[in-house]
Design a protein. Structure first.
Length: 186
């Protein structure tokens, strides 16, 4: 019994530590120039290596680019990253992406993601909301290899399309469902 409580305490402390690493404070924030450069490179790489993303990018009204999200967890977990919003190929705003989770999970990983906002409804929602929780508001389709094979510019019907890329590390499953995107100052 004492061993079980000690194990539970160690797991909780490790999870809290992981969440602390994932939720950096302002001192860890990248500069605007760093975010602009990293976001531009990430978008260029995605478009050059993924035909579906390249086709969607041509029709998007705006693009949210998060070049580096760090996710860690042990029972409780979290993910954090910062990115940019581009309209007409120019950075217009800066955002952070925060996700909290709990359940059967252990590990750490990093990845990036891009959300192509396809219509004025999606762009207006992001501009007017105090933060966008993916899964609430405009519909977001997560594009994986299976979806990408059947996707063409004539079949685009959702408000937004998300692509996850550059997954590194060991942690089962990636999802942006429940992610909160909030505007930040730079």
């Amino acid at each position: 019994m004492k061993f079980a409580r000690t194990s539970l305490l160690i797991a909780a402390l490790a999870a809290a530590g992981a969440a602390g690493v994932v939720m950096p404070g302002p001192a860890w924030a990248a500069t605007a120039e760093d975010l602009n450069r990293d976001s531009n490179q990430a978008l260029e790489k995605l478009i050059s290596t993924n035909q579906a993303a390249a086709g969607i990018a041509k029709q998007a009204k705006a693009v949210l680019i998060f070049p580096n999200i760090v996710k860690a967890g042990l029972v409780f977990g979290g993910a954090y990253g910062e990115g940019v919003l581009e309209k007409n190929d120019k950075v217009t705003d800066y955002y952070n992406s925060v996700t909290g989770s709990w359940g059967l999970q252990a590990g750490a990983q990093s990845y990036g993601y891009v959300v192509f906002l396809m219509n004025d409804k999606a762009v207006d929602y992001l501009d007017k909301s105090k933060g966008w929780e993916i899964g609430v508001g405009p519909t977001v389709a997560l594009v994986d290899e299976g979806v990408a094979k059947n996707l063409s510019t004539s079949t685009l019907k959702d408000d937004a399309y998300a692509f996850i890329f550059d997954q590194q590390g060991l942690m089962a499953g990636i999802s942006i469902e429940g992610t909160k995107i909030t505007q930040i100052k730079r």
